[in-house]
Design a protein around this ligand. Structure first.
Ligand SMILES: [Zn+2]
Length: 244
């Protein structure tokens, strides 16, 4: 009877130790997965920064196109109005009455006034185009520099990710080997707890506190645990308890 009991104790103790080993491997894996996630978020945010610059550049180029279009339209209208003024000027010699003459002259004046306004507008547009051209150049330089810096940083991040992934697959292989020492029912329970408890199936007891949920455990639990009769669980967070 005693022999059977001590065999059981040895068994439970070994199982707890094997589960703690699995948890340590899972901690390593989770830590690296979190780092990978951070790095992927960094890559995404760097992509966003570059896209933002690209959009800014594209907006400025569109603005430039529309300015050029406005200027060309104003130039065409100016030419037309000049031609009309010239044509009307030619008619001055043909009118018969003073009244018709002065009406025609008013019309010519009006065209010339409109032309002057258009020419002013064209000048304004040309000044604005120059300014915008400068801004486009600035944005292009900023974008180019940004792309180079981001490409270098992202290459580093991607290398780090590859390294972490290699380490994870090593730990994973160790995990698979270590899991062979765990009874199916315990392994099943461990995996369900791990999934439900953010990767932490095991909780260490320290000064009668469950380090999984930071709450006090039953006073007898630590003593019971050291007897290794069976697995013990935290009453509060349900994790499998262990002592160092
Ligand atoms: Zn707990």
């Amino acid at each position: 009877m005693d022999e059977k009991l001590s065999e059981n104790v040895r068994d439970v103790k070994a199982q707890v130790a094997a589960l703690v080993a699995l948890q340590k491997l899972d901690d390593e894996i989770n830590q690296r997965n979190r780092r990978i996630q951070c790095l992927e978020e960094l890559i995404q945010s760097e992509d966003k920064t570059i896209n933002h610059l690209r959009e800014g550049l594209s907006d400025r180029k569109k603005e430039m196109e529309s300015m050029l279009k406005d200027r060309r339209a104003a130039e065409v209208t100016t030419t037309q109005k000049n031609e009309e003024a010239q044509r009307l000027g030619g008619q001055l010699f043909e009118v018969k009455t003073n009244e018709a003459y002065s009406t025609l002259q008013n019309e010519i004046q009006q065209k010339k006034h409109e032309t002057a306004l258009l020419e002013e507008r064209i000048l304004e547009l040309m000044v604005a185009e120059d300014e915008l051209k400068g801004k486009i150049k600035e944005t292009e330089a900023e974008l180019k520099q940004g792309e180079q810096q981001v490409a270098a940083r992202q290459a580093e991040h991607k290398n780090e990710i590859v390294e972490f992934e290699k380490e994870i697959s090593d730990f994973q292989a160790q995990w698979e080997t270590a899991a062979k020492n765990v009874k199916f029912e315990y392994l099943d329970l461990y995996q369900r707890l791990r999934a439900a408890k953010e990767g932490k199936a095991m909780a260490r007891i320290e000064n009668d506190i469950c380090m999984g949920c930071r709450l006090a455990i039953r006073p007898q639990a630590a003593i019971e645990l050291k007897k290794y009769r069976s697995l013990l669980y935290c009453n509060n967070c349900a994790r499998i308890l262990y002592v160092d």
